[in-house]
Design a protein. Structure first.
Length: 363
C-alpha cells in the first residue's frame, strides 16, 4: 500500500498515457470506419458546349446526386450569363448593345473577371485578349468552318481585338470602337470550376473530380488520405488517352489548352481555335498543349490559353512568374514542366520525353 502511495504520480502518469493511447486508437478506428463509408458516384452530361464528368466521393449516393444536380444548375446559370451563343446572356447583350465610348454597365462578377483578364492581357503583352471574339467569329472554328479567312479581313479584324481599345470601369466596360466583343471562351470553364468547388465545399462532400471540357476541379480527398493521380491528356491520342500523371493531395484546378480541341487541317497545316492577337492567325509555335495547375480555376484556364499563345519560352517564364505549375508539350513530343512539378509529374504515353533541364531563356 505504502509502495502505491509512494509511486502514485508515476502510476497516474502511466494510467493517463494508457488512456490517451486507447483514445487515439479509437479515434483512428472511428475515422477509418468513416472513411471506409465514402464511395465514388459518377455522373456524365454536357454543359457550356462541352462534356462534363463528375466523380463525387461522399458517404451517401443521394447526397452525391443532389450535389451533382446543384452543379448542373450552376453551370446552366453561368452559361446563361457568359455565353456569346445565348442571345439573352449578359455578355451577348453587352456585345450587341454597347454604345461606343459610353459605359455599358455590367454585373460585379463580370467586372471582377474582366479586370483580371485585363491584367493578364497586360502581363502577356496582349497574347491574351479579353476581346478576341470578332477574330474567333471570323475564323468560326468552333462552329465548324474549315476555310482560312481572307488575309485582309483578318488584318482588318485585328483592330477590334485590340484590348487597348477597351476600358473596365468600376461599374462596367467602355468600348472605343464599333463591333468589338468580349468573350469568356478562354476562362469560362475555369470560372465554372471555381463555382463547382464552392458547391462541393458548401455541401461538405469528402472529395470530387469534376471536368468541364479541358478544365478540371479536383477537390478534397477520396476519403482514404491518399494522393490524387490526375491524368493529362495526350494531345495526339484519343479523349481518354493520357500523356502523363500528376500526383498531389488536396484541391487543385487543372486546365489544358491544346491544338487538338477544335481545328481543321488544310494542306499540312493545322488551324486551331487558340488565336494569336498579334497575327490574327492560330498561335503557330512549337506547342501542342499547355496545362496549368493552380488553386484558382479562372487563373488556370486563362493562363493555359495565354501560355499557349506565348509559346514555350515566354509561356514557361510567365508560368514561373505567376507561381503556377505548368506542363508544356511540344510538337516534337518533348515535355517541359515548371520547377515545382518535376517530382510529381510522370510521363505515361510512349514516344514522349520529359526534358529534365529547362535551358529555355537562359534564366
Ligand atoms: P477550350 O475552350 O477548348 O477549353 P481554351 O481555354 O484555350 O480552350 O480557350 C479557347 C477559347 O478562348 C477560344 O475558343 C476563344 O473563344 C478564346 N480565345 C482564343 N484565343 C484567345 C486569346 N489569344 N486570348 C483570349 N481568348 C482567346
Ligand atoms: Mg483556357
Amino acid at each position: 500500500m505504502r509502495l502505491i502511495i509512494k509511486h502514485r504520480h508515476i502510476i497516474t502518469a502511466v494510467i493517463v498515457i494508457l488512456l490517451l493511447g486507447v483514445l487515439v486508437y479509437l479515434g483512428t478506428r472511428l475515422q477509418n470506419l468513416k472513411k471506409e463509408d465514402v464511395a465514388a458516384d459518377t455522373f456524365a452530361g454536357t454543359a457550356m458546349g462541352t462534356a462534363v464528368k463528375k466523380t463525387i466521393y461522399s458517404d451517401s449516393p443521394a447526397k452525391s446526386e443532389e450535389v451533382s444536380k446543384e452543379i448542373d444548375t450552376c453551370l446552366e446559370e453561368l452559361e446563361n450569363q457568359i455565353s456569346v451563343r445565348i442571345s439573352s446572356s449578359e455578355v451577348a447583350l453587352c456585345n450587341r448593345n454597347y454604345a461606343v465610348d459610353g459605359v455599358y454597365e455590367l454585373s460585379e462578377r463580370l467586372i471582377g473577371y474582366l479586370k483580371q483578364e485585363m491584367d493578364i492581357c497586360k502581363e502577356t503583352n496582349g497574347a491574351f485578349s479579353p476581346c478576341i471574339r470578332p477574330l474567333a467569329d471570323l475564323w468560326g472554328i468552333e462552329d465548324g468552318k474549315t476555310e482560312v479567312p481572307d488575309d485582309t479581313m483578318i488584318r482588318d479584324t485585328l483592330e477590334k481585338t485590340d484590348a487597348s481599345k477597351i476600358e473596365i470601369t468600376d461599374n462596367g466596360i467602355i468600348f472605343h470602337k464599333e463591333n468589338m466583343a468580349i468573350d469568356f471562351g478562354a476562362s469560362g470553364k475555369g470560372i465554372a470550376c471555381d463555382q463547382i468547388t464552392e458547391i462541393l465545399r458548401k455541401n461538405g462532400v469528402e472529395g470530387a473530380v469534376v471536368s468541364v471540357g479541358g478544365s478540371i476541379a479536383v477537390y478534397g480527398s477520396k476519403g482514404n488520405g491518399k494522393d490524387w493521380h490526375i491524368g493529362i491528356r495526350d494531345p495526339r491520342g484519343d479523349e481518354d488517352e493520357v500523356l502523363g500523371i500528376v500526383d498531389f493531395t488536396g484541391s487543385k484546378m487543372i486546365a489544358t489548352s491544346g491544338d487538338y480541341e477544335k481545328y481543321f487541317e488544310s494542306g499540312v497545316k493545322r488551324y486551331h481555335h487558340i488565336l494569336d492577337p498579334a497575327t490574327g492567325y492560330p498561335a503557330d509555335n512549337d506547342l501542342m498543349s499547355v496545362t496549368v495547375i493552380s488553386a484558382n480555376g479562372f487563373l488556370s484556364d486563362a493562363l493555359s490559353t495565354a501560355c499557349f499563345v506565348m509559346g514555350l519560352e515566354k509561356g514557361m517564364d510567365y508560368a514561373e512568374e505567376k507561381g503556377v505549375d505548368a506542363v508544356f508539350v511540344t510538337k516534337d513530343k518533348k515535355v517541359y514542366v515548371t520547377k515545382k512539378l518535376k517530382k510529381s509529374f510522370h510521363i505515361k504515353a510512349d514516344g514522349y520525353n520529359l526534358v529534365k533541364k529547362n535551358k529555355l531563356s537562359g534564366k
